[in-house]
Design a protein. Structure first.
Length: 493
């Protein structure tokens, strides 16, 4: 019975698929909610707390968003590489939490543009850690045929954070003041701290059945020798004579394995970037990020100027924009069953027309306000579709590469670096979105900006139709193969 005491308490539950998805979803929800809380109140905070002149507010809003994108872009590959090479993904996950706590503290005490910039920078690092490490953790824990469904839940958490963030920020700021707007984020951070430290990761997509059987095998009876018990404990993944502890993943990597792959793993990102399936989904991620951040930059000021709305109403408008995230799980299930190509293409095709039609919103009337809300719902559905598909496709593409070249991709998984690339693509969009939203609108106006975004979405549907789920045609042949995403057809040489 001694080896039973060496196992962490509630190991089966704390390493289960459901609990790990809960921890990852909670982390993403908290991260995006804290990010979104400041969106509707930052124009007012810059003027009242930081002393920025009214004429310069739009410029500083764009600078803050671009700062987040820049640190997100830098932090993602660092955390992704660290997560793949370290013994446990939990440590970089916790480091990201520390960055989020710093960001919240800077916002609370901030009374200068410099502190607001520092807060957004810490948020970018936190987002890089949560995005790259969190999604890799989720993929590690879910069977291949349910990746789309899992990414639907992850996307739901992401979007709910973005959805409720502006509402919490706008309503609490209007009703109770600046500091009260951060009461909910602080409470969620406390819950997030507990969940991240409770989680025990499992490497290599161990099934829950396997984990349960391994745990049961360690519960030795009195007639089993200590030597035998020790051997069984090591089967849970220790690479030495140490038993499983709170910091140990359930399946660790051997030192020999790591050393044999040291020279090739430095080229992994390069090989990932050579894959057309990964590239098209990174491109789609950039585009959907541009659309989202362009609205974050321009929509609050547009409705404040056009309709005379307070920050609380701006938050409700973002709620309307985010409502389609409720369908993310169904989109993921559809991708698991029928493949990603049709869903990825449909997302851009659906978003383009309402983006162009936003030029019709010109007057402060009830009809134009309703039209704005209706168009934002359709755009939000298209963007949610693209987000779920790209998150799902990154996992399938990395798995496909690892299976196609088991020598190069042996040893540590490349999934963390795959999602680091996804984060970098999203961050690139966050850098470009404020430029398109903040500076193009000053040149060509609201109508011209949305026409540009609509044309970009129409054009983006073409590469998604050709390459999402794998190229339609192979250069060397037409041998059909079932796609890993669950139904789409690809062709192998």
């Amino acid at each position: 019975m001694g080896s039973e005491r060496n196992l962490p308490w509630a190991l089966s539950f704390r390493s289960s698929e459901g609990f790990i998805l809960l921890v990852v979803s909670a982390a993403l929800f908290t991260d995006t909610l804290v990010y979104g809380v400041i969106v509707p109140i930052v124009p007012v905070a810059l003027k009242d707390r930081a002393g920025v002149p009214s004429a310069d507010v739009q410029k500083w809003v764009s600078i803050l968003l671009a700062t987040y994108g820049a640190t997100f872009l830098v932090g993602s590959p660092l955390f992704g590489y660290f997560a793949d090479r370290s013994k446990s993904r939990r440590m970089p996950f916790v480091i990201g939490l520390a960055a989020m706590i710093l960001a919240t503290s800077f916002f609370l005490i901030g009374r200068s543009p410099g502190l607001f910039i520092a807060a957004r920078a810490m948020q970018g690092l936190s987002g890089g850690a949560v995005g790259a490490v969190g999604m890799a953790l989720a993929v590690d824990s879910v069977p291949q045929d349910r990746i789309g469904q899992a990414m639907g839940y992850v996307s739901l958490a992401l979007t709910w954070g973005v959805l409720f963030g502006p509402i919490v920020g706008g309503v609490m700021f209007t009703k109770a003041g600046y500091y009260a707007a951060f009461a909910v984020p602080i409470a969620l951070l406390c819950v997030d701290i507990i969940l991240r430290f409770l989680m025990i990761e499992k490497k290599g997509k161990l099934s829950q059945t396997h984990i349960r059987s391994e745990v049961e095998s360690t519960q030795v009876s009195d007639n089993v020798s200590p030597r035998s018990a020790s051997s069984r404990t090591q089967s849970l993944g220790s690479d030495s004579e140490e038993t499983v502890d709170e910091e140990s993943p359930l399946l660790q990597r051997s030192d020999n394995e790591a050393s044999q792959q040291a020279s090739t793993k430095t080229l992994i990102i390069y090989h990932l970037l050579k894959d057309s399936r990964i590239l098209v989904n990174l491109f789609a991620t950039v585009i959907q990020s541009i659309v989202w951040t362009a609205f974050e930059t321009t929509l609050p000021l547009f409705v404040m100027d056009k309709f005379g709305w307070a920050p609380s109403k701006v938050g409700i408008l973002f709620l309307i924009f985010s409502l389609p995230c409720l369908f993310g799980v169904f989109i993921g299930k559809g991708a698991d069953l029928w493949g990603s190509r049709v869903f990825g293409t449909l997302g851009f095709v659906l978003a383009a027309p309402p983006l162009i039609l936003l030029r019709l919103v010109q007057h402060n009337t009830t009809g134009h306000q309703v039209l704005l809300g209706a168009l934002l719902v359709i755009i939000g559905f298209g963007i949610t579709d693209v987000q779920v598909i790209t998150m799902t496709e990154i996992s399938h593409a990395v798995d496909q590469l690892e299976e196609s070249d088991p020598v190069l991709f042996s040893g540590p998984s490349a999934m963390g670096q795959g999602y680091a690339l996804y984060n970098m693509a999203f961050a690139t969009g966050q850098l470009l979105g404020p430029i398109i939203g903040g500076f193009v609108i000053t040149s060509v106006g609201w109508a011209g900006m949305n026409l540009t975004l609509g044309i970009i979405c129409f054009a983006s549907a073409i590469p998604m139709a050709l390459l999402c789920g794998g190229p339609i045609m192979s250069k060397k042949g037409k041998k059909k193969a079932r796609d890993l995403s669950g139904g789409a057809e690809a062709y192998e040489p």
